[in-house]
Write a protein that binds this ligand. Sequence first.
Ligand code: PLP
Length: 392
Amino acid sequence: MERQTPIYLDHAATTCVRPEVLEAMLPYFSTWYGNASCTYGLGQASRDALEGARGAVAEVLRCRPREVVFTGGGTEADNLALVGVARALAERGRHIVTSAVEHHAVLHTARALSEEGWRVTVLPVDGDGRVDPADVDDAIEAGTVLVSVMHANNEVGTVQPVAEIGAACRRRGVLFHTDAVQTFGHLPTRVAELNCDLLSISAHKLYGPKGVGALYVRKGVRPAPIQHGGRQERGLRPSTENVAGIVGLGVAARLAAEEMESEIKRQSALRDGLIGRLLALPDVRLNGHPEHRLPNNVNVSAAGVEGEALNLRMGLAGIGTSTGSACTTGSPAPSHVLTAMGIEEPWLSGNLRLTLGRETRPEQLEAAARAYADIVAELRAASPNYRPGSPG
Ligand code: PLP
């Protein structure tokens, strides 16, 4: 199989490590290989680099550096937030609230907690994938210790009203966690504006390395560690720090913040152009909120085609796309996100996600739109069920 994908439109799945990030990381594999807990020069060089990266992440979140806990990725940050808070506050109550469209890193963690005796309320979303802050307020009860609602959805790109949700949690004295893996470095994520107490990020979604992320933990909040070992990361995440990876996250965060405003404008315009082209095709609809949407996300459904087949054919045409989230690609189950949004056949299985990045150019999107139109037409011609103009 051809391993190169000339047109990469799957930036929500992962991004390349940008050259400036790689260059900053390299010395920490060899020249500066010290353990950041050691007191001699080599160790202190690693410690300085670690604290520099912590400062860079804190700058983007507008929080104190001490409130940033480095983790082994977004999934681990989500686990630490949910399990850590649930366990720390178990005496106070054993009820948590989340939404039906969360990434599995949150949903499956909540499910694991429910198997250990916590009660979990999973909130519904509207047809665009948004949670109603009033539903959050209604779901909070005396024993609620945590609400977790993502900042933006990885599949359909819908941005949640997190500031309002966070405000409701504050009023009710309940901690609020948001999974900002898809927004950190792409949209403003100032923790005071989001009214959150905990927030997860992951480096590989913003041109940093895989396997490194962070959890913002507001001063005064103390989750229980979910791993046991040394005193690294204030005892919240024991294990010798991944210095090179963390340096990469810091540089990626700084560069993303510098470019954020211009990239939001540029990518939103490209996104809207692509959406316009795809919706001009017969029996194609947009999934996710038309306005409260990630600047780089296009998620459309075509009646009369199987999204999996379409996705494979796009790949063969040299265009990297995705059905639903990368984590569920290959699984025959329909997307839990689209299902929660009430989307039914034929739209449910005919969906495709195209996510743009900083290297995406208009001509690539034109080529992708042409390939999409051709492949959809071919698949429909081969489908016994599709009749133009009467999807379903
Ligand atoms: N949360 C969201 C919204 C994501 O999109 C992802 C990655 O796909 C994760 C969590 C998991 O992050 P990581 O791959 O760093 O574990």
